[in-house]
Design a binder for this molecule. Structure first.
Ligand code: ZN
Ligand code: ZN
Length: 176
């Protein structure tokens, strides 16, 4: 959605309150698309800061259909976003790229803003629980449900080499 912010760029008296929707049913993470399960409305308040510059305050709750990075169990990811961004009108004399990035002329692009806020808050790791043991690389069993008995030592010559270097390093540091 595009919201015209002209009024709020010109006077302290003006304030814009608006509600918008997250317009898609998924969110792109790299090559994957993560399905959106639930979403509140995006609530926005925009305030005058100085001529041609305004502050956008926004909040939204979103729930995405994600999976644990280790065991692939389905777990919903809830993001409660609450953010503030400065934006500028095209007539602002000095402005950096960040202040311009959500604007189309005098209009705020709510979708672009929201996608960026979601990216910023997306966790680098999604785990069903902190100590999730993941899946056995050999038989695929969920190790949270118990040991499978597989020998998971990796007899890869490259790994063996790394292990040697690692051991040698530790030996050296111990001798210091
Ligand atoms: Zn897990
Ligand atoms: Zn196994």
């Amino acid at each position: 959605m595009l919201i015209d912010l002209s009024d709020v760029f010109s006077s302290r008296e003006n304030h814009i309150h608006a509600e918008a929707e997250y317009e898609e049913d998924s969110f792109g993470r790299g090559k994957r698309k993560v399905k959106l399960l639930e979403s509140s409305k995006l609530v926005l308040d925009v305030y005058f800061v100085e001529k041609n510059r305004a502050k956008v305050k926004g909040s939204i709750n979103l729930i995405f259909d994600t999976v644990c990075d280790r065991c692939l169990k389905s777990i919903p990811l809830e993001l409660k976003l609450s953010f503030e961004e400065l934006v500028v009108s095209p007539e602002a004399e000095s402005a950096d790229e960040e202040e311009r990035q959500y604007m189309e002329g005098f209009k705020l692009d709510t979708e672009r803003l929201l996608k960026n806020e979601i990216s910023l808050r997306w966790p680098s790791k999604i785990l069903c629980r902190e100590d999730c043991r993941g899946l056995c690389l050999k038989c695929g069993r969920d190790l949270n449900e118990g040991e499978c008995g597989c020998d998971r030592f990796v007899p890869d010559p490259r790994m063996a080499h790394i292990k040697d270097v690692f051991d040698a390093y530790h030996k050296e540091t111990k001798e210091d």
